[in-house]
Ligand binder design. Structure first.
Ligand SMILES: N[C@@H](CCC(=O)N[C@@H](CS)C(=O)NCC(=O)O)C(=O)O
Length: 215
């Protein structure tokens, strides 16, 4: 069946921008990157500075930091700064210099002579795991399995949040095709997870790792 024939919308040959669509993300959506205003980021007294928010992507890093602290890694002490994405904090100049992609979470490691910025939750989890030698196996095959599941999560999550969640909950119009497509894909991904966890206690094998934290 040709679904496009039932649509009242004809895409333009050259896309030139959206009108205010009243959607929940109307104040966030824009087709360009870079800062919209000057605003420095606060810096606290701990070695690690976390700029984040309690969203599923944000909490991955907080879970990792808390697990490191619970395991006795005192170097993982951090200051957590709230980035209010609905208010556009992610487009401030200070935040953009830490994450040019304007998304939380972002981390600055100030424990060495030069601050190190890290963005993308998966990259932050790996960076911390390598820095502290924890929650990421060193052994080749186990490490490969762990990274495979970690990157599976990174690649899959946009279908859940940006795809299913967006069209099901946030889009100002309900589009059956989009909801069906993403619901199906999210169900399939959850089945991948169910099958893996039926054969293994943790995603990467017998140890709890950053892959489990990400998921
Ligand atoms: N791939 C990124 C995704 C991060 C992401 O999508 N963050 C959302 C909140 S969960 C955000 O900052 N959105 C703000 C925006 O899109 O302007 C990661 O894993 O860190």
């Amino acid at each position: 069946m040709d679904n496009s024939s039932s649509s009242s919308y004809t895409p333009p040959r050259v896309w030139s921008g959206i009108k205010d669509n009243g959607g929940r993300f109307a104040s966030i959506n824009r087709p360009t990157a870079g800062p919209t205003h000057d605003k420095e980021l606060p810096v606290g007294r701990h070695p690690l500075q976390l700029y984040s928010l309690g969203t599923p992507n944000g909490v991955k890093v907080t879970v990792m930091l808390e697990e490191l602290l619970a395991a006795g890694h005192t170097g993982a002490e951090y200051d957590a700064w709230l980035i209010r994405i609905q208010d556009g904090d992610q487009f401030g100049s200070g935040f953009v210099s830490v994450n040019p992609n304007s998304k939380i979470p972002a981390l600055v490691d100030r424990s060495g002579p030069t601050p190190v910025r890290v963005f993308e939750s998966g990259a932050i989890l790996m960076y911390l795991a390598e820095k502290f030698g924890a929650f990421l196996p060193l052994d080749g095959p186990k490490r490969a399995e762990c990274l495979s599941w970690l990157f599976w999560q990174m690649g899959s999550a946009p279908f859940l949040g940006g795809g299913f969640g967006h069209f099901y909950a946030y889009a100002p119009t309900k589009i059956e095709y989009a909801i069906d497509r993403y619901a199906m894909e999210v169900k399939r991904q959850l089945d991948v997870l169910d099958r893996r966890l039926a054969e293994s206690p943790y995603l990467a094998g017998d140890e709890y790792t950053v892959a489990d934290m990400a998921v």
